[in-house]
Design a protein around this ligand. Sequence first.
Ligand SMILES: C[S@@+](CC[C@H](N)C(=O)[O-])C[C@H]1O[C@@H](n2cnc3c(N)ncnc32)[C@H](O)[C@@H]1O
Length: 246
Amino acid sequence: MTQNSSSTKFKRSRISSWAQWFDRCAQYYQDPRMKMAYYQDGKPVAMSVMRAMHKDVWNKMRAPKDSIVLDVGGGIGLFSQSFQHRVKRIIGTDISLTMVRDAYRLNSRGVFLLCEAASLPFSSRSFDRVLCYSVFHYLRNLKHTEEVLDEFLRVLKRDGLAFIGDILYPQNLLNRKKATVLPQRRYKNTAMWWPSSLNHDLKKLAFNPEFFINYCRKNNYQCKILAQHIPGKVTAESRYDVVIKF
Ligand SMILES: C[S@@+](CC[C@H](N)C(=O)[O-])C[C@H]1O[C@@H](n2cnc3c(N)ncnc32)[C@H](O)[C@@H]1O
């Protein structure tokens, strides 16, 4: 992990959104995994775990060879790289300009767009699959999340499928809340490797699976809650995946 010289200019300004935080990550780190916060104890997650993660997603997404896939919050486009030869087309989007720029640097033949997940610049019924992995905990609140889901279902074709992966499971389900705001991050353990320019007091959203089940029931969509099968993956919170179908 090396510090990019441009990161010093961030030291004084406070981080006000996840978009800004990811932008700084993408500028600060050289390693693609670190840019997208795929790290553990200051080191990038092992390549074998990344491969297992992509395999798990591919198996659940079940994209046919002639399908057009939209990867929302795709960061620097690692899923685009993995899947581009297995489907007809995959388009990546992200809210961070630096991520989109780096996605093009990594894969000049890919297509990557800068946009917010709740406002996708595509016609209705354009995609066979919408993939959105490890993004939902960065959404603002439940209203924003419903807007994002509505947008996914708008751009999906009638027989399409949305795969939303790596959703944080609330630590305490007993309070029966649909979404939980996880406690503020403490920097005690990250202080050794985390640059102060990445410190923030933003919160992550965790979802009770019932939130997705109720959303689908209300809209008459099919919903499946799936466990993750990723050998070697270690995260602070338990996570799950959701598949939504018209
Ligand atoms: C943990 S990274 C995951 C990247 C990619 N999905 C993957 O798994 O390889 C989360 C990404 O979501 C993006 N993101 C966060 N909030 C977003 C939003 N509201 N709309 C679009 N992208 C968003 C971030 O900029 C970041 O690139």
